[in-house]
Design a protein around this ligand. Structure first.
Ligand code: G3I
Length: 323
C-alpha cells in the first residue's frame, strides 16, 4: 500500500534532500515529490562559491534565492552548503594573486556576504567542507596553503560574526570507514570547541554502500555524537555497485539489501538523544539524479526514489528505521 504521507511525517527530526534547482524549476514530478516527502532542503550546488561569487565581489544568489523561497512556501528548513571548500571554486580564486592578508580578506568577505544574505532564511551552514584528508592530516588545499591551518577555525568565527543565531557545522565524509580520518575530524572539532570557536554540529556525509557493515556505521554515528554536538547525516546515499560492475542491474535482492542498510543506519541515528538529532538529508532524490554514476562512470541506484521518482524499497527501509 502506498503511504500518502511523506518521509518527514514518520520522523521526529527533519528529513531532507539535496536539491537540484534545474529540476526544481523544470520537472513538476520532482517538485511535487520534494514538497510531499521532505521538510528540509540543502542546495546541491547553488550556494557553493563558484555559483555565489563567480567573479570577485560580484555575488549572485538568484538560484539559491529561488530554492529558499520554494522552501519558505512549503514550510521547509534550509541548510546552507558550503561556505569554504576546495572544490567548486570560481576560476578567479584558483588564480588569485595576493599576500596572506588579501587571501584572508577575500575569504572573510565571501563568508560574511553570503551568511548575511541568507540571515534569517537558512537555519544552518556547512561552514567548512572536507578539510581533512584520508590520512588524517589537514588537506593540502588552496586555503591551507595561503592561510595556514587555522583557516578552519577563523571561517567559523567569520560566519558567527555575520549571523549570531545560525547553526555552524563542520561537514566531511568517511567517519564510517576510516578510524584514522574520523579521529582527525573529531580532534579538529573538539579542539575548536574547547578553544571557544563557535561550532554547533558535525555533518556526516555518509556516502556509503551496501558492503559497509551496519556496526561500523552505528559505531561512527555514536562516536560523532559523543562530542555532544548536533549530528547531521548530511549527504546520505547507499550505493549498490561499489565494484563498478558495468553490467549490473538493480535486482529485487539488491533492492532488499539496500533497504535493510538504510533501515539499520536510520535506526542507529534514531537512537541518539533528540537534542543532537539535526536530521537526515539524502544527497539527491531520484536515482537518475545522483552524482555517483557520472562521477564513477558506472550504473548505480543509491537513493530512496527511482528514476521516475517512485518510492523504492529503500523508502520503506527508512520508515522502518524511524519507528
Ligand atoms: O553547471 C555546469 C554546466 O554549465 C557545465 O556545462 C557542466 C560541464 O562540466 O558542468 C556543470 O557544473 C557541474 C555541477 O555539478 C552542476 O551540475 C560540475 O561540472 C560538477 O562538477 C558539479 O558536481 C557537483 C560536485 O559536488 C562538485 O561541486 C555535484 O553535482 C554534487 O552532487 C557534488 O556534491 C558534493 C558535495 O557538495 C560535497 N560532498 C561530496 C558531494 C559529491 O561529490
Amino acid at each position: 500500500p502506498i503511504d500518502t504521507t511523506g518521509l518527514y511525517a514518520h520522523a521526529h527530526f527533519p528529513m531532507g534532500a539535496s536539491i537540484n534547482t534545474n529540476l526544481l524549476r523544470n520537472n513538476a514530478v520532482y517538485t511535487a515529490l520534494v514538497a510531499k516527502e521532505f521538510n528540509s532542503v540543502t542546495p546541491e550546488n547553488v550556494m557553493k562559491m563558484d555559483a555565489t561569487e563567480p567573479t570577485q565581489g560580484n555575488f549572485n544568489f538568484g538560484e539559491a534565492d529561488y530554492l529558499v523561497s520554494f522552501a519558505q512556501q512549503h514550510g521547509m528548513r534550509v541548510h546552507g552548503h558550503a561556505l569554504v571548500w576546495y572544490q567548486a571554486l570560481p576560476g578567479w580564486v584558483t588564480s588569485f594573486n595576493g599576500d596572506s592578508t588579501a587571501w584572508e580578506n577575500m575569504l572573510k568577505t565571501h563568508i560574511q556576504t553570503e551568511v548575511a544574505h541568507f540571515k534569517g532564511k537558512v537555519v544552518s551552514w556547512d561552514v567548512v567542507n572536507e578539510a581533512i584528508d584520508e590520512d588524517g592530516t589537514l588537506r593540502n588545499n588552496i586555503w591551507l596553503q595561503h592561510l595556514g591551518p587555522d583557516y578552519v577555525a577563523r571561517s567559523f568565527q567569520y560566519a558567527r560574526q555575520a549571523d549570531p543565531d545560525v547553526l555552524l557545522f563542520y561537514n566531511d565524509y568517511g567517519h564510517e570507514y576510516s578510524a584514522v580520518k574520523r579521529a582527525a575530524i573529531l580532534s579538529l572539532v573538539t579542539g575548536m570547541k574547547n578553544r571557544g570557536i563557535p561550532i554547533d554540529g558535525i555533518g556526516m556525509q555518509m556516502h556509503t554502500n551496501t558492503t559497509v557493515p551496519d556496526n561500523a556505521i552505528a559505531a561512527a554515528i555514536t562516536a560523532v555524537a559523543n562530542t555532544g554536538l548536533k549530528v547531521h547525516i548530511s549527504e546520505l546515499d547507499i550505493a549498490v555497485n561499489p565494484g563498478n560492475d558495468q553490467n549490473m542491474t538493480f535486482t529485487p535482492a539488491i533492492a532488499t539489501a539496500q533497504s535493510q542498510k538504510y533501515q539499520n543506519l536510520v535506526k542507529a541515528y534514531n537512537a541518539l538523544p533528540a537534542a543532537q538529532q539535526f536530521g537526515i538529508t539524502t544527497w539527491d532524490v531520484g536515482d537518475a539524479d545522483s552524482w555517483i554514476p557520472p562521477f564513477y562512470h558506472r550504473p548505480d541506484w543509491p537513493l530512496p526514489f527511482d528514476a521516475s521518482y517512485k518510492r523504492k524499497d529503500a523508502w520503506q527501509g527508512i520508515v522502518n528505521g524511524l519507528k
